[in-house]
Design a protein around this ligand. Structure first.
Ligand code: EPZ
Length: 422
């Protein structure tokens, strides 16, 4: 059995939607909790399947895990460092954060290669380069598909990242916080989720400076203790709802936002002609705009987020004139275009770019979520389309959006979910 989301398009949206905790912070914060010597708690976690998969891995490590609502309490006091090879590991790419966390805590980790969305080749060479620089010996078992990392000791050093990788920056941070001496990460990524992980580690007793810039300095410490941490809002969920509001809103309030995290998208939506007001930690989006086509180029933070180019592409189909979307992060992140074209869009693909001709009326169709943010793009399109759109492979969407259909129903969308026989 699998689930399908059905959307009857054309309904205007009004009201307020509250954004949850950041998926891409939470999936790193949860593995980081094992570095604590005692109980540690995080609040504001989204109710998504990635969180459940990571909680299962914590329990496999004999951590005591209590989840109530958005509150996750973990006690790693009696944890054991067993190989992580269950099916939970391959459910998401972020399980690789256990590499850095367990290497940092035990100087040894064995883990199966992670899974996640297919967005083209997604190597972890920069992560491994960082671990080796700190003193880890790395071996890969082709048969099992798993990595073994071991170090006599982890010694701080200077690590230059050839690409400002989010994952590599966080993973090296997790391995370095208890290493001997000073570690400097050069050309580090600056995404807000990295700052959130560093804030948790600092509250646990880590000594970290410069997070949010391209040079992060870590002075290793002996022990890390428990703490409480509130997760930052999800800037990608927020951006997705700003795009939805721009598509079908009359007046929609998107609440629990850090506007600075969305500067590139806000600027692009305004360039398209979307009327918005920023009011504290909310953004009010007004409908009825004549949208015009724009050029988008994804960049590392604070540039335009690659995770938002797919949902924005759905909106660009309703903008007057031609738009171009250039990917510099994941050059193959264009599987949503074929699905949108099934709904009447006119999108042509080039090398690491798409050309969107607008505006083209969209009609309901049976489409497939090929990955998480493709699913988001299809929801945006389904809300705008004439007739009913059926989106299959909803599990992709549930990995990264907490009850998106329920949130849309409260805004006035006609959206339902049902099971089908595979
Ligand atoms: C994180 O992925 C996010 N995932 C992605 O969000 C996001 O798109 C991406 O950062 C960029 O912002 C999580 O945080 C769980 P990268 P990550 O390492 O860490 C190459 C979503 O939709 N690279 O910055 O994997 C890589 O191939 C997901 O929520 C190497 O070459 O991103 C890619 O082209 C999708 N070697 C580029 O860098 C490495 O060792 C960006 O990767 C690592 C990365």
């Amino acid at each position: 059995m699998s689930e399908v989301i059905a959307i009857e398009g054309g309904h205007k949206l009004n009201g307020t939607v509250r954004i949850g905790g950041a998926k891409n912070a939470t999936v790193a914060l949860i593995p980081a909790l094992v570095l604590s010597d005692g109980p540690v708690e995080i609040f504001g976690a989204p109710n998504i399947s990635d969180v459940s998969a990571l909680a299962q891995l914590l329990r496999e490590l004999n951590c005591v895990v209590e989840i109530s609502g958005d509150h996750i309490k973990v006690d790693p006091t009696n944890m054991i460092n067993i190989p992580l090879e269950s099916d939970a590991v391959v459910k998401l790419r972020a399980s690789y954060y256990f590499m850095g966390a367990l290497l940092g805590k035990y100087k040894k980790v064995k883990i199966k290669m992670p899974g996640g969305c297919y967005l083209g080749p997604r190597p972890i060479d920069l992560h491994l380069k960082g671990f080796e620089a700190l003193g880890a010996n790395i071996s890969y078992d082709e048969k099992e598909g798993s990595y073994l990392l071991e170090a006599e000791e982890l010694v701080g050093t200077s690590i230059y990242l050839d690409f400002a990788s989010v994952g590599a920056t966080i993973n090296i941070l997790l391995a370095a916080v208890k290493a001997k001496g000073k570690t400097v990460i050069e050309n580090a990524a600056k995404e807000p989720e990295i700052i959130d992980v560093a804030n948790l580690l600092t509250k646990m007793g880590a000594k970290i400076r410069g997070v949010g810039t391209d040079t992060i300095t870590i002075d290793g410490v002996e022990n890390l203790h428990g703490t409480f941490h509130e997760i930052i809002p999800d800037r990608i969920e927020a951006g997705t709802f700003l795009i939805i509001a721009a598509a079908m809103g009359e007046k929609v309030v998107v609440q629990n936002i850090i506007p600075q995290h969305l500067e590139a998208l806000i600027s692009k939506l305004k360039e398209m002609g979307v009327k918005m007001d920023i009011v504290g930690d909310s953004i009010v989006v007004y409908g009825g705009n004549d949208l015009k086509g724009v050029s988008v180029k994804t960049q590392i933070y604070p540039g335009f987020a690659t995770d938002l180019q797919q949902p924005l592409t759905a909106l660009l189909t309703q903008a007057q004139g031609e738009s171009t979307v250039k990917e510099t992060i994941y050059v193959e992140r264009f599987k949503h275009c074929e699905q949108l074209n099934k709904m009447g869009a006119h999108i042509e693909l080039g090398t690491a770019c798409s050309l969107v001709f607008g505006r083209t009326p969209l009609h309901g169709a049976r489409v497939e979520a090929t990955d998480l943010r493709c699913g988001a793009a299809l929801i945006v399109a389904g809300l705008m389309a004439q007739g009913v759109t059926e989106i299959s492979n909803v599990y992709h969407i549930d990995r990264g959006y907490d009850n998106i259909d329920r949130k849309l129903i409260t805004l006035g969308a006609n959206i339902s979910r049902y099971e089908i026989d595979d």
